[in-house]
Design a protein around this ligand. Structure first.
Ligand SMILES: *Cc1c(COP(=O)(O)O)cnc(C)c1O
Length: 373
């Protein structure tokens, strides 16, 4: 392979991001935009308003969207590094790699923080949260992941948010792999900040993340950021005051494609319809995989429709890489496991993926089980 001969063997991404996008979304990339021109900034404002509408039930709401360059983690870091004040204390609830990453960000930024970990196959315990909040009145902020992509577990964010609000703390939710794919509003989960990215359930292409927040919560962050480029408050102010302008070069093509992805989501029937499609994809997947002898890691009630972790076959010749390569040759890309105390692999059911694709994958899995042949 060289720069002039890059192979083009298209495959369907069954991963937690970036994920498969439609031709319609990709076609929206085929032109250039000026980063500070009114046409382009108008698209940014449409996107921000559309995101705010998805995140709330009320028409005129106090929720505002901030877009941020980089992958999803950059938006998590921007939020944590801007929202928690110098003398604040962040409590992180973690039951997987993405929860632990929030604590890692806090440590790197030298923020006062506490980590409350639970096993990767169990949801955070509301009673322990209550006890921790009661015992540590200095806690000012609580952060948790909604869909923990490590396992595919759906954490009970609404119940957690209720306790966080009972104690009067600011609530930050990493809804990276769930926003747009599961019905949710900031009010319903009691969130002050909700973080997601362009290339997850909205089905755009990678290049930026976004934060949905209450205006009052954003206002309260002025001057607190530990980073210049990841200053969420300054980015918000610029977008608010200058009609959709970003600080520094914005990912113009990715934003234009994202606007198309939002229109596509509307045309599909909105979040409820998309959610129903993901649920059906995941149901077909688990049913079909069970027929082939695969067991999901999580108990059914904990499982999201986003991504499913399956226990790896215990056969001595099973090797993930070989299985992966056989599936890839058949046009499907899956994901390695990330759970620390179980050998798993993961299959995503989000993105521009439909029942027929899942059935196609199941046929490919059946044909790729070399350890049984
Ligand atoms: C994908 C994801 C992220 C962000 O990952 P990036 O690789 O930085 O885009 C963060 N949290 C969760 C739960 C995710 O699924």
């Amino acid at each position: 392979m060289d720069l002039r001969h890059i192979p083009d063997n298209p495959y369907l991404l069954l991963t937690p991001g970036p994920l498969s996008t439609s031709k319609r979304v990709r076609a929206a990339l085929f032109r250039d935009w000026c980063t500070w021109d009114d046409d382009y900034n108008g698209i940014v404002q449409l996107v921000r308003a559309s995101l705010a509408r998805l995140a709330t039930e009320e028409a005129a709401s106090d929720i505002s969207a901030v877009l941020m360059q980089g992958s999803g983690t950059f938006s998590v870091e921007a939020t944590i590094g801007t929202a928690v004040p110098e003398h604040g204390v962040l409590l992180v609830l973690a039951n997987g790699a993405y929860g632990r990453r929030i604590a890692q960000i806090a440590a790197r930024l030298h923020l006062n923080h506490l980590l409350l970990e639970s096993p990767e196959t169990a949801p955070p315990d509301p009673e322990r949260l209550r006890q921790t909040l009661a015992a540590n009145p200095a806690i000012s902020h609580v952060a948790v992941v909604h869909c923990e992509t490590t396992t595919g577990m759906l954490n009970p964010v609404a119940a957690i948010g209720e306790i966080v609000k009972e104690y009067g703390k600011v609530f930050i939710v990493d809804a990276m792999s769930s926003f747009g794919g599961l019905p949710m509003t900031l009010d319903a989960i009691h969130a002050d900040f909700l973080i997601s990215s362009a290339n997850k359930c909205i089905q755009g292409i990678p290049g930026f993340g976004f934060v949905l927040a209450r205006r009052a919560a954003l206002e309260a962050c002025a001057g607190q950021a530990r980073s210049l480029s990841l200053d969420l408050h300054s980015q918000w102010k610029e977008m608010e005051d200058k009609g959709g302008k970003w600080r520094y070069t914005s990912p113009t093509h990715a934003v234009r494609a994202f606007a198309e992805a939002l229109a596509e989501l509307e045309d599909e029937g909105g979040v409820p319809a998309r959610h129903a499609r993901y649920v059906e994809n995941q149901r077909l997947l688990v049913e079909g995989m069970a027929g082939l002898g695969f067991t999901p890691l999580l108990a059914r009630p904990l499982q999201s429709p986003v991504i499913t972790a399956f226990l790896s076959p215990t056969h001595p010749t099973y090797d993930f890489r070989r299985f992966y390569d056989l599936l890839k040759a058949r046009g499907y890309v899956i994901y390695p496991g990330k759970v620390s105390d179980a050998d798993t692999f993961r299959i995503g059911t989000i993105g521009h993926v439909f029942s027929d694709d899942v059935l196609g994958l199941l046929a490919a899995v059946s044909a790729s089980m070399y350890w049984q042949m």
